[in-house]
Ligand binder design. Structure first.
Ligand code: COA
Length: 131
């Protein structure tokens, strides 16, 4: 895998469907966030931090509908890093029994490394990582 990247997959189950019979967008965003969290975990290994939180989800685009029973295969890649933050591009390809795999959703997620302060609050901290 070039750079820092991670794969994550989910199957679309009945609970994930909206009233027009396709995958609910909010569910897709939750999975995008999880895919980003997976690559963040990898990117931050060894850093002196307590975790990372999502600061922003930008440029979410739902390009194709996704259907019950489809697999949604996510690829999350760290595309840039700052002092406490880093930017992740997530692509979600839907794979159905009767359709070719297709790019269903793209988004950019900004995560920030955090550390617990003496009061128990998580505050931003430098991660010291580059990509
Ligand atoms: C994330 C958090 C700790 C950041 O603390 P903060 O004091 O607000 O930090 P800043 O505004 O200085 O931003 C921190 C970094 O994020 C970047 N950033 C902030 N807002 C951004 C945005 N909308 N888009 C891109 N980058 C952004 C800043 O440029 C900075 O990057 P750098 O340190 O790499 O230069 C705080 O905002 C927070 O706790 N937010 C809630 C997080 C949360 O609950 N997420 C959902 C659950 S995971």
């Amino acid at each position: 895998m070039p750079g820092f990247s991670a794969k994550y997959s989910q199957m679309v189950m009945p609970d994930h469907i909206n009233i027009v019979g396709t995958l609910f967008g909010g569910q897709m965003i939750a999975w995008v966030d999880l895919a980003a969290a997976k690559v963040a975990f990898r990117f931050l290994k060894g850093a002196d931090i307590d975790g990372a939180v999502t600061r922003a989800i930008d440029k979410v685009e739902f390009k194709e509908p996704v259907y019950l029973g489809d697999w949604v295969n996510f690829t999350a890649t760290v595309i840039s890093s700052g002092s406490t933050s880093f930017r992740i591009e997530v692509e979600a390809h839907a794979e159905g029994r009767h359709m070719d795999p297709r790019l269903a959703c793209v988004a950019t997620v900004v995560m920030v490394a955090v550390k617990k302060d003496p009061d128990g609050n998580y505050i931003k901290t430098t991660h010291g990582k580059t990509c």
